[in-house]
Each structure stands twice: as structure tokens, then as C-alpha cells.
Design a protein around this ligand. Structure first.
Ligand code: B3K
Ligand code: ZN
Length: 851
């Protein structure tokens, strides 16, 4: 497949200021007639080239005159004599047969679209690139009974009866937009309706459209939407700009959601929530994704991307905005812990593997493969660092300037940084390396103390990544503070250290006693820091640091050090961890949500990340042994924590969520202790729960154990929720993540389960995607885990390459495993690459993963 390079960017030859689309909708044959006003861009004699994907014109007219047409590959080449013309094209497409879920497709009886990144070319011929912005007017005509609701971008302008049981509707979007933001939906939907009045007094009609049976699960999303609208006004000064804002939930979706102008389309898992079916994590995710897509109206739609290499311009910034929003809704500390955990679980492995790329990549074969944790989550960290360097006020001045300067434009990451410099008054010359260099920087910190002076020496290095053997030093903002071990108090104020050299020493005066180092507080830079702090200092910080993230981090480091030593020596000294956890559990000042996070052991995968060669079985044994000891040593505390949250009637508040969190964490430790009544306790929680958080938490504990109640609970859960696809996904995932020896066998059996299907991306992710996170099960020494994944990838690639390609990266971690596993993993990748007729999506991921 061809490689697209950032340096090859050229402005479009033709612009399309206006487009009119006419859809005669039908699930098997939809006729799409488009009318493009095209204008030559600059002085050249190149023809108009319209992208298509699997399309054949039924008719082509230029300025009203029928014309012969020529395809060059998939593209329609239209030679045009003048500077401005009207080009009309008609095509037929078959939504029902569209299993890729890109373009116009059918999902559960409704018709919907997904165009980002390059799906519009599957609907009609068009210059499918984000720097061609057009005003859209859309007419839809469809069977009235099957598709009573017809929605598109912008505002509704007219509707009527078309006779023959058909009807039509017309929508117009006054804001010029790239075609990736086009959307339409037709179906039998009902709406949760509400309204929001903007700061300047514009009343916006809000609608969340779902199947009638799901209407009762939309209130939480509606609340989140209104909160998001108010938050963006208050924090960024951004108002909504149309008279209507609609959201539609669909069951089959490749991604989380899509920010189409005025008509967001969502994976139903990020809209539907009620206590019986959604966990607290689901509630949080719904609010976070609703906010994310809404925030895109400014960071993405009003200011869009010039080309797809600039993807992080909208995604990194918008993730940062949704993280800030969520932090403002509840516990900011817990939100930061969750975000860092996600970054470490998804982005750090990417950055240290064969698919490493900078947040602004240099090349790609298939852009869908670059909707990555690096572009999104590391991209958000890069914005967060600018926020830290500028401070909130100057950052706001800079974003104001960015929006004012680029409103209505297709901008670049460089434009954003220049706005940060001009509006925020900073020189970000060296900082720009965050956009071009891949790899997670490593910092080594050494703290010396003599007399009343402490010297902190920091060394940084960025590891080599594919295509980037040599790296330049980065700008690392490191929030730092020193503490006194004797008085438990701080020895100085917090300082924002800017590390810019490969090696630098920072001096702290008036430090009378031996200092304990607290660094990268709040995770102010997305780096790893080696401090060499011993167990005593880490335990001290886990109890006394005033930065909650740093407290969590000290505990994690203590746990990691303990586990890594245990893996190396076969037997660990668990005393320090037990004492630190005991302190955390007994600290009355801490909120329960934080405690629930702080006492959790790092995942097996994250322990593996610390080791040169990952030994999944040894890591599993070490972690289970520590869990057991923690369970036993603190059994009284766990029982108290569990019982303390018993009377908690469902309520979605930070306090209630925290109580539920700690309750299930405690239950897990009671089970780990091997307590005789653990299964009964879990079963009581399972059957008595009035919410999914408690129920799924209890199910997880039962599924990880081997009590007689295990099968009964799985069966009861299945029977209760067999008709609810989103909850059934949890049933699959809980078993895929089981810590038991037979997890792999269970997964192989579940693949044959009648409810498993490759047609639904959520179901695929629930089983296969989740299982790749089960380090011990997936990396079973006999390679059956790899075989399972390859079978799924190859079969799925034939129907949905985009979702298939997302499953490939875990196999690319082969360098980190022992010879035998590495050989099996490479063979698995080889099998994928050699499959005839492979999509470029999967080919790119698999061939690059072979390294
Ligand atoms: N912008 C969409 C991404 C769709 C990706 C499709 N390959 C969702 C989001 O980031 O908000
Ligand atoms: Zn986004």
C-alpha cells in the first residue's frame, strides 16, 4: 500500500464552497445525488479529482450537461475548462451490505453514517480531505414507516410527504465544514428532549435519539450535555452556535462516538446508562465522551485540521478539555489517577514498541490506524504541559487567540503552538520537540543534601524509536517539592522545575533536615522518573505527601518495587506495602474513592512494563501472593471497609461512587485472603445489589474464584441480561479478564458462544480486546492465546478492517518476551501478513509490528 507523507502536503487544487446532497434512502439501494459548486484554487491546469471508495457513477453532469466519466483507480477524474463549475454526480450504495461501518451503513434497522477519517468517499465522490470546507444542504427521502425520523447536520429547514408511504426532510448547515463531519441518520427513533440557553441568550433545542426501549437510559447523558455546554462557556468562553444539537445512539460503531456538526453519533455504550445496567465507570465514561464530542464543536469543527497528520490538534486538545471537565465534576485527584493509569496502560507500551510514533506522525498507510493513545492521550498530556508552563490565565488567553485566529479554518499543530506563544507569552521553540519525537522520556533524579542545601540532579533521555535513533532533550515541566521525614511537613514550597538539558542541577536553599523528594507531582510530565527512593521514603510519601497524585504514585512505586523484587527473587518482603496500605485505609481524611484507587496493586501488564523480559507466570504468582498477604494481614480492615459501604443505596454522587469503589476492592482482598465466607459475601453482594457497579464487582470476585457459586452467578447474570447487548459485553469481558488458570480455555469456549459475533465491534472488543489485557492468559506459553487472536483478526478483517487492525498491537510486544513466546508472536504476525487479500489497515499494523 502507498505511504502518505506529511511533507507531501499540498493545498487542494479545487475548493467546494457549496454542496447539495439528495438521498433516496433504502437499506439495499440508496441513490445519492450530489451537486458541487467547485472553484479552481490557484493558477494550475489540473483536473478535478474526486475521491471514491468502491463507487461507480450512475451519471455525471458538468454545468448541467451529461458527460462521460473516467475513473483512475477509485477516483473520479473530471477535466474542467474554467475557474468555477457545477458538477453533479449520482451513485448507488448499499448500506445494508456495508460491514465496515464506514460511510452510510445499517445498524439495528436504522441508517447512519461515519465519515471520519475517510468514509465520505464511500457515500459520494468528493475531495475527501479536511481542508476542503463546504456549506452543506441535505435532502433525504425515505419510507415513512421504517424511517420516521430523518436527521442531518445543522438546522432543519423543511419536511413533507412524498406520497407512496414516503416522506422527506431538508437540513442546512450554515457553517462550512470538511466532509468528515457530515452525518445523517434515518430510523425509528424517539428523543429525550431538553433545551439549553447559551450565555448570549440563544435557546438551543437538545435531542438524544434512541430506540424507544432505551429512552429511560438517556437522562444521564442529557445532564452531562448541559453541564458540558455551560462548562465550555465558563472555562473557555465557547458558546454553541446552532439552534439544535442532536445526539443519536447506535449499537454498531467502530469507535466511541463522532462529533459531526450538530449531529453527534454515538456508540450506544457511551450514551445509555441506568443504575441497573451501567457501572459507575460507565456513567463517568458517558459523561466524559458526551463532553468530548460536544467540546469538538470548537476544538475540531469550528477550527478543524488541515490534514490528518494534524489529528492531535483536535484530539489531544479535546481530550485535555474533557479531562478538565470531568475533574471539575468530582474528585480531581481520582480523575488524574485514572487518566495516568490509562496513559500507562495504553500509551506507554505503544511508545516503547514497534508502532511508536510522535503525536504528529510523519507518515501512514491507513489513517484509521493513527487514532491512537499517542495522538489522543499523549496529545492531551502535551497540551497539559503547556497549560502548566503558561498557567491557567495565560493558557486561556492563548486559547482565545487560537480560536479567534483560526475560526473557520483548517489549522495545524504549529498554528496551535504559535497561538500558545503569542497569546500566552512564552517561547516554545524547544517544547515543539513533543510534536516530532516519539518515545517516553526517562528521567533519573538524584537528591543530595549537605548542610542546608539540597541539590537535585536530573538527567533525561528519550529512547530510540522506529526511524528515530537519536533524540534531542525535551522540555519537561516537573512539579517538585521536598518533605521532611521527621516532622512529616514540607521543607519548601512546590516548584515548577523546567528540565531542558540532558543533565541539570537544581538547588534548594534552607533545607535543614534530610529531604524526601516528591517529583512529577500531579504527573506534570508524561515521563518515567527513577528516584531510587527506598521503601521507607515511599511509605512516608504515601502517607504524608500533600499532592494526592504523588501519594498514590509513591504507593504504586512501593508496590512495583516489591513485585519486581519478588519476581526476581521468587519471594517478596511484603511488610512495607502492608503497612502503607494499612495507613491509607485508616486515614480518616482520605475520601473513599481515593483509597479504593490507592490500595489497588498495579496491573500485571504494568509490572511487566518495568521488566526487560516479561515473565507473565512469575508476575502473576508474585502479584497474587502479595494480594493474598494484603488480604490476610488486613482482613479486619477489609471487612470493615466492605461492611461500611453496605447500606449504600444507589446514588450517582462522588461520595456514593467512592463507597462502592472501596467496597468492591475490599471484597476482592477478602477473597484473596482465602476467607471461608468470601464467596458467600460476594454472592450476597451480587444478589442484593441495586446497581451494576456492586453487581459486576461481585461477579468479578466470583468469576476469579472457584466456589460453587461461580457458575450460578454467571448463569444468573446471563439470563437476566441476555437481551441487553451492552451488559452482555460485560459478561464476556469479566470472563476474559479472569485471573484463573483456565481463562484461556474459557475464552476459546466463549468464542463459540451463540452470542459472540464479529459483526458488532463492542462484542469483539468485549471478548478479544479485553483478553489481550489478560497478560497471563493471552501469553499462555503454548501460544493458543496468540492463535485465538490471529483467527479473530483474519476473520474480522474481511468484514471490518478498522476494528480488526485495533487488535494487532498486543502481538507487536514480542521483543519484551522470552525467546519461545517471541517466536510464537512473530509467527502469529507472519500468519496475518501472509493472509491473501488483507486490508491495508491490518497489513500496516502487522507488518510494522514485525519490526
Ligand atoms: N473524532 C472521532 C474519531 C473517529 C475515528 C474513526 N476512525 C471521535 C473522537 O475522537 O471524538
Ligand atoms: Zn475526539
Amino acid at each position: 500500500p502507498a505511504v502518505i507523507r506529511r511533507e507531501d502536503y499540498r493545498p487542494p487544487d479545487w475548493l467546494v464552497p457549496d454542496i447539495a446532497l439528495d438521498f433516496r434512502l433504502d437499506s439495499m439501494r440508496t441513490r445519492v445525488a450530489s451537486r458541487l459548486q467547485v472553484v479552481r484554487n490557484g493558477d494550475h491546469d489540473r483536473p478535478l479529482v474526486l475521491d471514491g471508495d468502491g463507487l461507480t457513477p450512475v451519471a455525471l453532469r458538468i454545468d448541467g450537461v451529461a458527460t462521460d466519466w473516467r475513473l483512475d483507480g477509485d477516483a473520479l477524474v473530471v477535466p474542467l475548462p474554467g475557474g468555477a463549475h457545477v458538477v453533479e454526480v449520482e451513485v448507488d450504495i448499499a448500506p445494508e451490505l456495508n460491514t465496515q461501518l464506514m460511510g452510510l451503513y445499517a445498524s439495528g434497522g436504522l441508517l447512519c453514517t461515519q465519515c471520519e477519517a475517510e468514509g465520505f468517499r464511500r457515500i459520494t465522490f468528493f475531495p475527501d480531505r479536511p481542508d476542503v470546507l463546504s456549506r452543506y444542504s441535505v435532502r433525504m427521502e425515505a419510507d415513512k414507516a421504517r424511517y420516521p425520523v430523518l436527521l442531518a447536520n445543522g438546522d432543519p429547514v423543511a419536511a413533507g410527504d412524498a406520497g407512496d408511504g414516503r416522506h422527506w426532510a431538508e437540513w442546512r448547515d450554515p457553517f462550512p465544514k470538511p466532509c468528515y463531519l457530515f452525518a445523517l441518520v434515518a430510523g425509528d427513533l424517539v428523543a429525550n428532549r431538553d433545551s439549553f440557553t447559551t450565555l448570549s441568550g440563544r435557546k438551543v433545542d437538545l435531542g438524544i435519539w434512541v430506540r424507544a426501549a432505551d429512552l429511560s437510559k438517556t437522562d444521564h447523558a442529557m445532564t452531562a450535555l448541559k453541564l458540558s455546554m455551560a462548562w465550555d462557556e465558563a472555562v473557555y468562553g465557547r458558546e454553541y452556535d446552532l439552534d439544535v444539537f442532536n445526539i443519536v445512539a447506535v449499537a454498531d460503531f467502530n469507535f466511541g462516538a463522532m462529533e459531526n456538526k450538530g449531529l453527534n453519533i454515538f456508540n450506544s455504550r457511551y450514551i445509555l446508562a441506568d443504575p441497573d445496567t451501567a457501572t459507575d465507570a460507565d456513567y463517568d465514561a458517558v459523561a466524559g465522551v458526551v463532553a468530548h464530542e460536544y467540546f469538538h464543536n470548537w476544538s475540531g469543527n469550528r477550527v478543524t485540521c488541515r490534514d490528518w497528520f494534524q489529528l492531535s490538534l483536535k484530539e489531544g486538545f479535546t481530550v485535555f478539555r474533557d479531562q478538565q471537565f470531568s475533574a471539575d465534576q468530582g474528585s480531581a485527584a481520582v480523575k488524574r489517577i485514572e487518566d495516568v493509569r490509562t496513559l500507562r496502560a495504553a500509551q506507554f507500551p505503544e511508545d516503547s514498541g514497534p508502532l511508536a510514533h510522535p503525536i504528529r506522525p510523519e507518515s501512514y498507510m491507513e489513517i484509521s490506524n493513527f487514532y491512537t493513545a499517542t495522538i489522543y492521550n499523549k496529545g492531551a498530556e502535551v497540551i497539559r504541559m503547556m497549560h502548566a508552563i503558561l498557567g491557567p490565565e495565560r493558557f486561556r488567553a492563548a486559547t482565545d487567540l487560537y480560536f479567534a485566529r483560526h475560526d473557520g479554518e483548517a489549522a495545524t499543530c504549529e498554528d496551535f503552538v504559535v497561538a500558545m506563544e503569542d497569546g500566552g507569552g512564552a517561547d516554545l521553540t524547544q517544547f515543539r520537540r513533543w510534536y516530532s519525537q516519539a518515545g517516553t522520556p526517562r528521567v533519573v533524579a538524584t537528591l543530595d543534601h549537605e548542610g542546608t542545601t539540597a541539590r537535585l540532579t536530573l538527567e533525561q533521555a528519550v529512547p530510540a524509536t522506529p526511524g528515530q535513533p537519536d533524540k534531542q532533550p525535551m522540555v519537561l515541566p516537573l512539579r517538585t517539592r521536598l518533605f521532611c521525614g521527621e516532622t512529616s511537613g514540607p521543607l519548601c514550597d512546590e516548584r515548577l522545575i523546567l528540565l531542558t538539558e540532558p543533565r541539570q542541577t537544581f538547588v534548594f536553599d534552607d533545607i535543614a533536615t534530610r529531604p524526601v523528594l516528591s517529583i512529577n507531582r500531579g504527573f506534570s510530565a508524561p515521563v518515567t522518573v527513577e528516584t531510587g527512593r527506598d521503601a521507607a521514603d515511599l511509605a512516608f510519601l504515601s502517607a504524608h505527601d500533600d499532592d494526592p497524585f504523588a501519594r498514590y504514585e509513591a504507593m504504586q512505586q512501593l508496590m512495583l518495587d516489591t513485585l519486581v523484587a519478588a519476581v526476581a527473587e521468587g519471594r517478596g518482603d511484603h511488610g512495607a506495602v502492608i503497612e502503607a496500605v494499612r495507613n491509607t485505609l485508616s486515614d480518616p481524611a482520605l475520601d473513599k474513592a481515593f483509597v479504593g484507587e490507592a490500595v489497588l496493586l498495579p496491573s500485571e501488564a504494568f509490572v511487566g512494563e518495568q521488566m526487560l523480559v516479561v515473565d507473565p507466570d512469575a508476575i502473576h504468582r508474585a502479584r497474587e501472593a502479595l494480594r493474598t498477604d494484603l488480604g490476610k494481614a488486613l482482613e479486619g480492615e477489609w471487612r470493615a471497609a466492605h461492611a461500611g459501604a453496605q447500606a449504600n443505596r444507589f446514588e450517582y454522587s462522588p461520595a456514593a461512587k467512592g463507597a462502592r469503589r472501596l467496597k468492591t476492592v475490599a471484597l476482592g482482598y477478602i477473597a484473596a485472603a482465602g476467607a471461608a465466607d468470601a464467596a458467600e459475601l460476594a454472592h450476597a453482594q451480587f444478589t442484593g445489589a441495586d446497581n451494576m457497579t456492586d453487581r459486576q464487582g461481585a461477579l468479578t470476585t466470583l468469576v476469579n474464584g472457584d466456589s460453587a457459586l461461580r457458575e450460578a452467578a454467571l448463569e444468573a447474570f446471563y439470563r437476566r441480561y441476555r437481551d441487553n447487548a451492552l451488559v452482555l459485553d460485560k459478561w464476556f469481558t469479566t470472563q476474559a479478564l479472569s485471573t484463573r488458570d483456565d481463562a484461556l480455555d474459557a475464552v476459546l469456549a466463549l468464542e463459540k458462544h451463540p452470542d459472540f459475533t464479529l459483526a458488532n465491534p463492542n462484542r469483539v472488543r468485549a471478548l478479544a480486546g479485553a483478553f489481550t489485557a489478560n497478560q497471563r492468559g493471552f501469553h499462555a506459553a503454548d501460544g493458543r492465546g496468540y492463535g485465538f487472536l490471529v483467527d479473530i483478526i483474519v476473520a474480522l478483517d474481511r468484514i471490518n478492517p478498522q476494528t480488526a487492525a485495533k487488535l494487532v498491537p498486543p502481538l507487536g510486544r514480542w521483543r519484551r518476551f522470552d525467546e519461545a513466546r517471541a517466536t510464537l508472536m512473530r509467527a502469529a504476525l507472519g500468519r496475518i501478513v501472509e493472509t491473501p487479500g488483507l486490508s491495508k489497515d491490518v497489513f500496516e499494523q502487522a507488518s510494522k509490528s514485525l519490526g
